[in-house]
Structure formats: C-alpha cells, structure tokens
Design a protein around this ligand. Structure first.
Ligand code: ARG
Length: 290
C-alpha cells in the first residue's frame, strides 16, 4: 500500500531537510524532536482518558487503532466509555475527529512487570473516512525487521525531556493531559540490534522476542508517546509500522535504548483480532443484532 504522492513528496522534503545539516539535537533528550503536521504522519492517533491525552496510537484500518496495553492499567476497573481517540489532527486537544470506542482488546499476555506483550487493539465506534490527514499505516509482516536503508521515525505528543516527565510525576493528580506537547513531534532513530539491546538492559529487564529497540544520540520517545507508532520509510515514501512505543529506562539515556513492541512479532495476534471483529460484525448484520 502506498501513500498519496503528496504525502511521499512532503515526507521526502522533510527528510531531505533533516539530513541537509540541521543541527542534530539541542543536547540530550527528545528536545531534538521536530515539530510536524498530521499530513506527514496521517496514521498518528491520540488515545485519551476522560478527554486527556494519555498515549499515542497508530491507525491501522478504518475501524482500528493499535496502541500499548499499558495505557489501560491506570484506573481499574475502567470502562470503555472513559476512553476516546483523536485522529486526523496535529494537536491532541483539538481538530480532526474524536471517536468513542466500541472495544478495547489488550493482549491477554500483557505483563506489567516485564512489559512483555505490550499492545492493545482499539475498535472504533465509527468507520474512518481516509483523507490526506488520516490514513492507515501498513503493518510489518511476521518476522519482518527494518532493513538498514529504512528511515525510522517515531512521533507523538509526549514529554520533550526526561526532566519534564519527572516533574510531571511529582505534580501527580494534575491529569495526564498537562505537560505533553500540544503539537505533534517526531524524531529519527536507528534500529538497535536485539543482542546489543539485551546487553544494555541485562541488569534491568529481559528484552524478549516481542520487543524491538531503537535509539539515536539525544533522540528518543518519552512519557506520553507510549502506544505511538515507530514507522520505517523506504526511499519511495512507503511506510511500514514496525513498533509501538512501550518503555525505556529514562528518555534518550545514551546507555538505554527505547524499547518498542515489535509489530512483526504480534502480526498474527493483530490479524486474528481484526478478523474476529470482522466476523462478528458480519454475523451481527445477518442476525439483525448490532
Ligand atoms: N512508558 C512510556 C509512556 O507511557 C513510554 C516510554 C518510552 N521510553 C523511551 N525511553 N523510549 O509513555
């Protein structure tokens, strides 16, 4: 599946500009994140709890958003009615479309201690109409890893520094919407070999087959980016969803890469959930029961 030429062209301009000598970063952290518009990341979604941005997400179909399971561990017991998703907007707080959810399907094996199986499929209450600002991103196929020539971008409204994230935690109770960026941002990162990533985290947590690591000096995702898309772009602008922002020790810490849920590793699970929903919708239609 290809994006519109407009998007591919816009992106190559943006990538071109980034490689043409823009200062790499302003020191550590996600401060290196560039401001962007939704037209360049039309698959980006904001997952919201009681109207506050809590996580990113990726539009993967006209009824589906993929995000992290840990986005739903905050309040328990929670109701699907407390959550919504904004799509098609560069701002998480306004614009685009705000949709309610029909169902939240966290992976059954999600483990909050190990962060293993950190993904959830959201089923939207309405069918999305795709536009230049709103597109689904194709999923990595099972076993597919980013190739060396692939440009990896992670986008989101998350904290722009680890310090900001820490301060926000001290201010607990002020609601998760505060402190995150109002305009969508992105950074370039590089795929980190799983062996190297295991070594980095050897005293912290196991890096499993279901995880993928990415890092670049001064560039990282951070709190509030969770659930958001790590996408690989080929030179022709073709996009593939490889990862979901999951966890890391600090943000842009040179010793600890960002850890992402590997979409390739869960491709079968995702297909099965989407397929089951399709069958239910079809059967619901036949029996007249919605
Ligand atoms: N768990 C964080 C969240 O809830 C995402 C952390 C990503 N960390 C990193 N260093 N890449 O938003």
């Amino acid at each position: 599946m290809f994006y519109s030429l407009g998007f591919a062209f816009g992106l190559s301009l943006l990538l071109g500009a980034a490689s043409a000598g823009t200062p790499a970063t302003d020191g550590r952290i996600v401060g290196g994140m560039q401001v962007s518009t939704i037209g360049e990341f039309p698959y980006q979604a904001s997952v919201q709890l009681n109207g506050q941005h809590i996580c990113g997400g990726a539009v993967i179909g006209d009824h589906f958003v993929l995000t992290a399971a840990h986005c739903f561990e905050a309040l328990e017991p929670w109701s699907v009615l407390d959550y919504s998703v904004r799509v098609g907007s560069s701002e998480h707080a306004t614009g685009g479309h705000l949709l309610s959810l029909q169902q939240i399907i966290p992976h059954g094996g999600y483990n909050p201690q190990s962060h293993d199986n950190d993904l959830a499929l959201l089923i939207l209450n309405a069918r999305l109409n795709f536009t230049e600002q709103l597109q689904a991103v194709p999923l990595a196929s099972a076993q597919e890893r980013p190739t060396p020539g692939t440009r990896l971008l992670v986008s989101g409204w998350g904290f722009q520094s680890e310090e900001a994230a820490a301060e926000q935690q001290i201010d607990a109770g002020s609601g998760s919407g505060a402190g995150v960026a109002s305009i969508l941002r992105y950074v370039d990162v590089d795929h980190v070999d799983i062996g190297q990533c295991r070594l980095a985290y050897r005293r912290v947590l196991p890096i499993t087959q279901g995880m993928l690591c990415a890092a670049r000096a001064g560039h990282d995702s951070c709190q509030g980016d969770s659930g958001g898309p790590l996408v690989g772009f080929q030179e022709d602008g073709r996009a593939t969803l490889y990862g979901i922002v999951s966890w890391g020790l600090g943000c842009a810490n040179p010793d600890y890469p960002g850890v992402y849920t590997s979409v390739a590793a869960f491709r079968r699970w995702i297909d099965a959930q989407v397929g089951a929903w399709g069958w239910n919708a079809l059967l619901g239609g036949w029996s007249g029961v919605q």
